[in-house]
Design a protein around this ligand. Structure first.
Ligand code: SGN
Ligand code: CA
Length: 527
């Protein structure tokens, strides 16, 4: 099977842990802590890839559980991915196809409702992003919209609460408080959804500068020319072209020389830095307090001054942008990793570790400069894939799971862990049988993908496609009609579109047949 580019993982988690054997057998019904980040790339989890940073707490789930090396999403975007999790169905079935026009229909059958009916206590804390109010949760305490990094606004069971502090810490605090107050006589399922590390990658004050001594390796495809791939060229998510030095990279100088007065939105760094029309230190939604602002300015002001002096251009500017992006992004992940450590420690101290499943994943993958990109959306590997680490008490430790799994599988898997029946209309499959590292013979051999959000921010064209062990075939449609075909064995970086090349007719026909089979199987009306 094709895997994550594990050539980069220098010390194989599986190798270290293979000798560790079984965990303790669980006592009583299993609890579930499902942790999902927003835009966390597998490239920045050291259990998958050691090139960029260390994530010891997240990695522990791999050494004590299973690392999925072929984990994918159905539609690489936040709201749609969350709707897949809740329903176990592809976007066209759960109705939430894109962030911009979607309102999740909370009256439909969902995982938390099925868990509640099965006697579970359910809670949803953190990023929700599905517009309608959550249903099926005993407790919900969600960030508004995308959520802010600093002093975020939450809606707690319908009531607005502004909490002072850093989003990742606060989200953990709220989740642990709920765990403390839950009823001890019933099992629980906690959905803990961090806003981090979503754009605009704002680190916690204590992590500012953590990667200043690091020079991140430039991805091989950073200067991709997109030859043979029209849709790949048409996007607006390029670090060189579209990443803004002020908005994304925090170069808002106090003199207003970098950004002009007609661009006041730039100063807000994606909603939540300080605003000059308000007195310093005032705590309002979307505004740092004086201490936060002081730490922020102390770190960024000298970088801004240097940036103004240096007047970088061309490739030097492009690579400076890449380094700043990576430094901010990885600094944000440090806080995530620390908070995963807090959750783990809480479960350990509360003696819950032996009967609680811990799942760590992201709502999709993310580009760390591959193809020159940030963001996600494409069916290309970096954003189609998503990290997945699962620690189930009583299962083998340090296992690599190679079978194809997708985010429509979380609902049936969690139901299976809870010992509850999986309704017929759920399209995903429980991946519990894969947890010992052996993929059953009749397990799925191909995956279906469908992305809808266009016209929209980042201009990634609508597309659907099929992924087999070796090949990836995609059709970009709407205002273009373009096919792309990649041989992932020969061309893992996906630079060479084989579609239409002489000699590929039989392969193309076979993959189109498989694509159609999946579209019929999942009952997708757009084909
Ligand atoms: C925001 C971001 C985009 C991002 C979408 C979707 N812009 O609109 O860069 O692609 O969210 O992300 S921002 O300026 O508002 O940060 S998703 O993960 O929520 O789907
Ligand atoms: Ca996301």
């Amino acid at each position: 099977m094709n895997k994550f580019p594990l050539i980069y993982a220098l010390t194989g988690v599986a190798a270290t842990a293979a000798s560790c054997g079984q965990q303790e057998q669980p006592k009583g019904p299993l609890n579930v802590v499902y942790i999902m980040c927003d835009d966390h790339s597998y490239q920045t989890i050291s259990a998958y890839d050691r090139r960029f940073m260390e994530t010891p707490n997240i990695d522990r789930l791999a050494t004590e559980g299973a690392r999925f090396t072929n984990s994918f999403v159905a539609n690489s975007l936040s709201g749609p991915s969350r709707a897949c999790l809740l329903t176990g169905k592809h976007s066209h079935k759960n109705g939430f196809t894109n962030n911009e026009h979607g309102i999740f229909d909370g009256s439909q059958q969902t995982l938390p409702k099925l868990l509640q009916a099965g006697g579970y206590q359910t809670a949803m804390v953190g990023k929700w992003h599905l517009v309608s109010d959550p249903t099926g949760f005993d407790y919900w305490d969600i960030l508004t919209g995308q959520g802010d990094y600093y002093n975020p606004v939450f809606i707690r069971n319908g009531e607005q609460v502004v909490r002072e502090g850093y989003s990742t810490d606060i989200t953990t605090d709220v989740a642990l408080e709920w765990l403390d107050g839950r009823k001890a006589d019933r099992p629980f399922c906690l959905f803990l959804h961090y806003k981090a590390p979503h754009r605009s990658w704002m680190p916690d004050a204590q992590d500012l500068g953590a990667f200043d001594q690091v020079t991140f390796p430039l991805p091989e495809t950073f200067y991709d020319d997109y030859a043979t791939r029209q849709a790949a060229a048409l996007q607006e998510m390029s670090i060189v072209q579209d990443m803004n030095v002020v908005y994304d990279l925090k170069m808002a100088d106090k003199e207003g020389e970098i950004h002009t007065p007609d661009q006041p939105w730039l100063e807000n760094y994606g909603r939540d830095l300080y605003r000059r029309d308000l007195p310093p230190g005032a705590l309002v939604p979307g505004r740092m307090n004086a201490a936060q602002q002081g730490a922020w300015d102390a770190y960024y002001d000298p970088i801004i001054a240097r940036f103004k002096e240096e007047k970088l251009e061309g490739e030097t500017l492009a690579e400076w942008k890449y380094q700043r992006y990576m430094r901010d992004y990885c600094s944000v992940i440090r806080s995530v990793d620390r908070n995963v450590g807090r959750v783990y420690q809480y479960l350990k101290d509360s003696e819950l570790l032996d009967n609680t499943v811990i799942i760590y994943t992201s709502d999709q993958g993310f580009y760390m400069g591959e193809h020159g990109y940030f963001d996600k959306r494409f069916m290309y590997e970096e954003s189609f894939r998503t990290p997945l680490l699962v620690r189930v008490p009583g299962k083998k430790k340090g296992v690599d799971v190679e079978g194809f799994v997708q985010n429509i599988d979380y609902a049936p898997t969690i139901l299976a862990l809870a010992g509850l029946p999986v309704p017929e209309d759920i399209q995903g499959e429980s991946f519990l049988p894969l947890l010992n590292g052996k993929t059953p013979k009749d397990w799925r051999k191909s995956l279906y993908y469908h992305y809808y959000e266009y016209p929209a921010e980042h201009s990634v064209r609508r597309h659907y496609g099929v992924r087999t062990e070796r090949y990836s075939l995609m059709h970009f449609y709407n205002d273009i009609d373009e096919w792309e075909l990649f041989d992932l064995q020969e061309d893992p970086l996906q630079l060479h579109n084989l579609y239409g090349e002489p000699g590929r007719e039989a392969l193309t026909a076979e993959l189109k047949k498989e694509l159609e089979r999946l579209q019929i199987l999942y009952d997708d009306p757009i084909r």
